[in-house]
Write a protein that binds this ligand. Structure first.
Ligand SMILES: *Cc1c(COP(=O)(O)O)cnc(C)c1O
Length: 233
């Protein structure tokens, strides 16, 4: 186990250096960017080690796995980010343990999320996931940029959901720098209407530098910290 702890510590140090370097390049202070470690496929014991190594935020993308791990780690002072595709019939259950739901991409999710937040009587943070894919692409996750104002209004009206900003994933097969430039433009528009919703979650193990340059406030890093994910669980 101490071998695993050393491995995670070394990987975390490397990722933190990458973030600090990207911030320096962009002329941003390095506490501008929060590291969300994506622990999907990895056991609660790793989450425990990460918390002990100073990680404050973890991300999960599958409801059942996330729910079980959050329960196992309930004694730890961690913010749980839900970053995966969300089914409306699971949304209330996700809001019962997630502190941040990053993948809100349609209005149908809003009511169940608010209902789930209500069961624990405290507000949860919400990011709107925006698609950077060309319209019509298969398996596309995220709202069209044009739908963000209506979606934001729905979140604001729901109660117990705090609209914090935007989340995006760079499309496969495109230069992340170009995709994140588009995201930065989308965010500029969004901020003119909602100047307080300043979070921007973008960037993963392979492209975090580009995301930081484009203004990311949160990076979601999995494999660069935990190693490559098993194919089957
Ligand atoms: C898995 C995942 C990540 C982390 O990806 P890595 O390449 O392992 O860093 C980030 N964001 C989302 C939405 C994910 O599903």
């Amino acid at each position: 186990m101490s071998g695993r702890r050393d491995e995670l510590a070394a990987n975390l140090a490397t990722v933190r250096e990458r973030i600090a370097g990207a911030c320096a390049d962009a002329g941003r202070p390095d506490d501008d960017v929060r590291l969300v470690v994506v622990t999907k496929f990895f056991p609660a014991s790793d989450v425990r080690l990460l918390a002990d190594l100073g990680v404050t935020d973890v991300g999960e993308n599958r409801h059942q796995e996330a729910e079980a791990k959050a329960a196992e780690c309930a004694d730890l002072d961690l913010a749980w980010h839900f970053i995966g595709g969300l089914q409306s019939n699971k949304a209330a259950a996700v809001a019962a343990y997630a502190d941040v739901v990053e993948s809100v991409d349609r209005a149908k999710l809003v009511r169940p999320l608010a209902a789930g937040a209500h069961t624990r009587s405290h507000a949860i943070d919400v990011l709107l996931q925006v698609s950077l894919d060309p319209p019509g692409r298969d398996g596309r996750a995220g709202a069209d940029p044009g739908d963000l104002p209506a979606l934001a209004a729905a979140v604001e009206e729901a109660g117990l959901l705090r609209l914090r900003g935007l989340m995006a994933v760079a499309p496969l097969g495109e230069e992340p720098a170009a995709a994140f430039d588009r995201l930065a433009a989308i965010q500029r528009d969004f901020l003119t209407e909602r100047p307080d919703a300043t979070w921007l979650s973008a960037g993963m193990s392979g492209d975090l530098e580009h995301a930081v340059r484009a203004g990311a406030t949160h990076v979601r890093v999995g494999s660069a910290v935990l190693g490559s994910r098993p194919q089957f669980k």
